[in-house]
Design a protein around this ligand. Structure first.
Ligand SMILES: [Zn+2]
Length: 234
């Protein structure tokens, strides 16, 4: 099984789905991360130096997650929903032939992310099913797949922390909050989960065989009051 992710910026894959990448790797899947931009606008640095630094950070993070990395180096902050960009992504996908393509959601808050989403939709076509990642804090996103990343949260955090130029501690904290929330939606308050959405399209109606396990199901048990329980004060 080969999973390909198209993400806009050098730290996106680790922040949005680093736990699931580790889960896919634990299933024996090959994972390839494509980074669309050079990340040169992500801070108050010389853009060229920052692009070089972020490339090294992304390489280190991919090593933590044991994933392949392809950097397309489009200018940061300038991705457009253009034919040229979609065509480049299509060329990459034709070469990689993934079983599943993962990309930013169409309603993501960041314009670069939305451009990736539009390009990924064209690149995926009938070639592979497309899975949207949960946007930052899950605004206006209704997941239909959840991955239990509890065993991989530490690894995810190590990958995020490779992006030293980005103040990564902030993103570790955000990932914990969102991971707990998505896990809690599945009834597991203590765990971590990442959430995704797949909109079924012919011939990719059911993609469960490509997704790592969800948090374990547990019934909601309503305990009956014990016979000798002391009465509640009124
Ligand atoms: Zn981004």
């Amino acid at each position: 099984m080969h999973i390909a992710l198209i993400m806009a910026h050098p730290d996106d894959a680790d922040i949005y789905c680093g736990g699931s990448i580790a889960a896919w790797r634990s299933m024996g899947a090959t994972v390839t991360i494509l980074i669309a931009t050079d990340g040169s606008k992500g801070g108050d640095f010389d853009p060229e130096e920052l692009a070089q630094l972020r490339s090294k950070e992304a390489t280190a993070a991919a090593k933590v997650l044991d994933a392949n990395l392809i950097q397309l180096n489009f200018p940061d902050g300038e991705l457009s929903q253009s034919e040229e960009f979609a065509s480049r992504l299509t060329t990459e996908i034709l070469h990689l032939q993934p079983n599943l393509l993962v990309a930013h959601a169409p309603n993501d808050y960041h314009a670069d992310h939305r451009a990736v989403s539009a390009g990924a939709l064209i690149a995926a076509s009938f070639r592979a099913p497309l899975l949207w990642v949960d946007p930052m804090m899950g605004n206006d996103f209704l997941p239909n797949y959840y991955v239990d990343i509890t065993p991989f949260q530490d690894q995810k955090e190590q990958a995020i922390l490779c992006h030293t130029s980005q103040g990564p501690e902030h993103f570790v904290e955000m990932s914990r909050v969102q991971g707990h929330f998505r896990s809690a939606q599945c009834g597991q308050l203590e765990g971590f989960a990442e959430a995704f959405r797949h909109d079924p399209i012919h011939p990719f109606a059911d993609i469960r065989s490509l997704i790592p396990p969800a948090p374990p199901l547990q019934p909601v048990v309503v305990k009956s009051p014990t016979k000798n329980a002391s009465p509640k004060p009124t």
